[in-house]
Design a protein around this ligand. Structure first.
Ligand code: FAD
Ligand code: NAI
Length: 466
């Protein structure tokens, strides 16, 4: 029996950040992870491998398409998919090793295997060989993450019918990839394979893509992706898919019902959301259960069981790595009696397509539903000199501010590298900045960040640049 101050179940961005923070604060900490490597979904099969393929495929498309030629760079690129996958895998391996290093540096024990809660403060870990280790802890943090939501009638085999993990590791470029779900995964991985040469059809149940994002921003992104060649079938449902050795036959019909139609694809990606993962965890041994969505409830990261905490995808809130990380910090700080806090109103989200879509705060639809009076300022990248010089003029920056106080309530960016720029508004909004504060802040010229300032200036109709 090994005794710890805190045992963390799961080694993803929630779990590993909690473990490292616990080590920094002098707690004796263990992190239990069943996967062969640390880093969870994010590092192994999520954020990082998807961004590796997005980066590589973006450069490939620039080289093969008109973009390089227009810049006067003449090349004849050839796709080496095996090497593209290898560099992705090498980067992922480096990152997961990096977490191991941080564990050693902060004196965190990685207990390899699957954790099971036996009772208050009691955990048993079973490793891949079946050997068991018993742990005792004052506090247990559940950070077991999420898994893809299955779609009845469309059974994922990761041969022809894929989840995101399968779509990140294909050995060939599909001729026709059908993506079910026009959410973040569908658009990002659909973009990867389209850039590498696949015909891509995205089937979405609702009448719009990415239901949570600002509608104007979502429409702009959809238009841009459609122009690149992604076919969207909105308001459509897949009722059945059957796969053979070389392809998949799908039955689709209008979401509201109507005439069914057959579609052929050589691969199908099911990306209709993720659900919390609590399988085999032994929640019942501490009197806990999950709700209808499979989530484990929390009050400032505490569950209803004393000494059991929960963070990340397995509990409420957006399923994002930086949200899990923020909760990890706040949870451990609360365990040691500090005042850890997460500001859920200001968790940014990004879709890493081209153009990117980045947002923080309220959408126009949310403000209208709340009946809150607001002013909107908007600035197109077609009027930003750096974007023009770089031939990346799609999209806009939009700032929503309170009609009376001018406090910034929401920011929605569609455009080049906006993922790297949204942080400016996260900081400003944490300090309850007004649109005028940004409008009066000098930004470097020529940069795309000037569009963010011009949008704030436009809130009072004083945008100046062309
Ligand atoms: P996870 O990362 O899922 O980690 C949980 C870990 O717990 C897993 O490693 C699992 O093996 C382990 N585990 C589960 N049960 C047990 C047990 N009983 N014992 C031991 N170990 C256990 N988010 C972003 O913010 N940005 C992105 O760009 C982004 N891209 C993504 C791309 C894809 C394709 C996917 C699928 C997700 C992406 N996400 C992204 C979401 C992000 O990966 C998750 O929000 C994040 O990983 C959640 O962290 P977590 O620690 O809660 O859970
Ligand atoms: P999602 O929730 O983003 O999108 C799912 C989409 O599928 C929605 O548009 C939904 O309306 C649609 N849908 C649901 N059921 C359907 C059906 N039966 N037929 C057709 N469409 C259907 O989920 P996704 O893309 O699977 O991603 C899961 C989560 O992973 C995201 O919500 C996000 O939290 C995280 N993620 C984050 C990324 C980022 O931050 N860049 C990248 C990838 C994933």
């Amino acid at each position: 029996m090994s005794r710890y101050d805190v045992v963390i179940l799961g080694g993803g961005p929630g779990g590993y950040n909690a473990a490292i923070r616990a080590g920094q604060l002098g707690l004796k900490a263990a992190c239990v992870e069943g996967r062969a490597t640390l880093g969870g979904t994010c590092l192994n099969v999520g954020c990082m491998p998807s961004k590796a393929l997005l980066h590589a495929s973006e450069l490939y498309e620039a080289a093969t398409g008109k973009a390089f030629a227009e810049l006067g760079i003449e090349v004849q690129p050839r796709l080496n998919l095996a090497q593209m996958m290898k560099q992705k895998d090498d980067s992922v391996a480096g990152l997961t090793k990096g977490v191991e290093f941080l564990f050693r540096k902060n004196k965190v024990d990685w207990i390899k295997g699957w954790g099971h809660i036996d009772g208050p403060g009691q955990v048993t870990v079973t490793d891949s060989a079946g050997a068991q280790t018993r742990l005792e802890a004052k506090d247990i943090v559940i950070a077991t993450g999420s898994e893809p939501t299955p779609l009845p009638g469309v059974e994922i085999d990761n041969r022809r019918i894929l989840d995101s993990t399968g779509a990140l590791a294909l050995g060939e470029v599909p001729r026709h990839l059908v993506v079910i779900g026009a959410g973040v995964i569908g658009l990002e991985l659909g973009s990867v394979w389209r850039r590498l040469g696949a015909e891509v059809t995205v089937i979405e149940y609702l009448d719009r893509i990415c239901p949570g994002v600002d509608a104007e921003a979502g429409k702009t992104l959809q238009r841009a992706l459609a122009k690149q060649g992604i076919a969207f079938r909105l308001g459509t449902k897949v009722t059945r898919a059957s796969s053979s050795a070389d392809g998949v036959q799908l039955s689709v019909e209008p979401a509201a019902g109507g005439t069914p139609e057959e579609l052929e694809a050589d691969y199908v990606l099911v990306a209709i959301g993720r659900r919390p993962y609590t399988q085999g965890l032994g929640l019942e041994n501490v009197g806990l259960g999950t709700d209808a969505r499979g989530q484990l409830a929390n009050q400032r990261h505490r569950t209803a069981a004393a000494g059991v905490w929960v963070i990340g995808d397995v509990t409420s809130g957006p399923m994002l790595a930086h949200k899990a990380e923020d909760e990890a910090m706040a949870c451990i700080e609360q365990i040691v009696g500090k005042a850890g806090e997460v500001n859920y109103a200001l968790i940014p989200s990004v879709i890493y397509t081209r153009p990117e879509l980045a947002s923080v705060g309220k959408t126009e639809e949310q403000l209208k539903a709340e009946g809150r009076a607001y002013k909107a300022g908007k600035f197109p990248f077609t009027a930003n000199s750096r974007a023009k010089i770089n031939h990346e003029t799609e999209g806009f920056a939009k700032v929503l501010a309170d009609a009376q106080t001018d406090e910034i309530l929401g920011v929605h960016l569609v455009g080049p590298s906006v993922s790297e720029m949204i942080g400016e508004y996260c900081v400003a909004m944490e300090f309850a900045a007004s649109a005028e504060d940004i409008a009066l802040t000098c930004h470097p010229h020529p940069t795309r960040s000037e569009a963010l300032r011009q949008a704030a200036m436009d809130v009072e109709g004083m945008a100046t640049q062309m």
